[in-house]
Design a protein around this ligand. Sequence first.
Ligand code: SP5
Ligand code: ZN
Length: 341
Amino acid sequence: MVSFVWSDDCLRHEPGAEVWVGTRTQATEVPARAIAIREALLEAGAPEVPAVAHDDMALLAVHDPALVEFLRTAWEDWSTAALPSDRVVPYVFARSELTSGRVPAAPTAVWARPGLFAYDTMTLIGPGTWEAARAAIDVALTAVDLVTDGERVAYACCRPPGHHVTRSLYGGCCYLNNTAVAATELLTRLGGPVAVVDIDAHHGNGTQELFLDRGDVLTASVHVDPGAGWFPHFLGFAAESDASNLNLPLAPGTGDDGWLAAVREAAEFAAPAHALVVALGVDAAAGDPESPLEVSAAGYREAGRILGELGLPTVVVQEGGYDLATIGEFVVETLTGLATV
Ligand code: SP5
Ligand code: ZN
């Protein structure tokens, strides 16, 4: 069984809620997700590898230092200001057209600062958010270490997830783009091109934007059609595809056959790469509360097999997946498929 990288610090992020259409709704991206995955992996006999601390080189190659500094200090500043919300939440957004593209002023009000970096209201910051997000980067980079040291496949049990984060904007329950940092580090160490195949139920918009027009990192994403009303709403359409990016939006209710056909297409797109990052969201699962793709556990195992058949050094990075009863099983099935070849 594939080794998995773990850090207890990933449990320190407690979103508390998601502000959605102006109301606080129940948080979906909760610590119990990672605990459930770890239990299933241990049960399946996967060796556990503790995350090793890594410096900020790869992180700062991906993200704007201003975003990183904001995330590092946001909770401290917010709690000092004694605001009525127990989580950092934006209320005014520094959209680039507001300043005609000019750099917006650094706001003096602490409660205005999140609007420089957040693109939604669902992605709250609390006491352990930074520690968990930074630990997830170490988890991803430790999995890269395993692969560059000779393991063909390694799994990074990252939490919070990351694929919705761009160079300077966070959202979609994500703070730092673990997948993009892993891909960047693989590129540095093994040379390019590196491919990212994202099978989370939502479009990997952050990863797409980070590697736009770059021949050295190919990105492919299989996800529910944003045109059918699904997050991230503004991106993930087939028309965004080009020589280095492939979007495969699927209709709600697609199920195994259509989903696996798209995974095969994504795998073919990734085939020329020297290394692979699988952005593994298991929220395409039938029964997942956040997506309608209706994929079975056998479907995820087959997706793993298809991607494993590429024979590339492969880092698997955890993204979404919200059905606590089955999330662990779906991850184990995927890794089993990846390891069969
Ligand atoms: C990593 C990942 O899978 N992020 C997905 C975030 C998308 N969430 C969209 C939520 C839309 C509204 N949900 C209503 C229920 C609120 N609890
Ligand atoms: Zn997702």
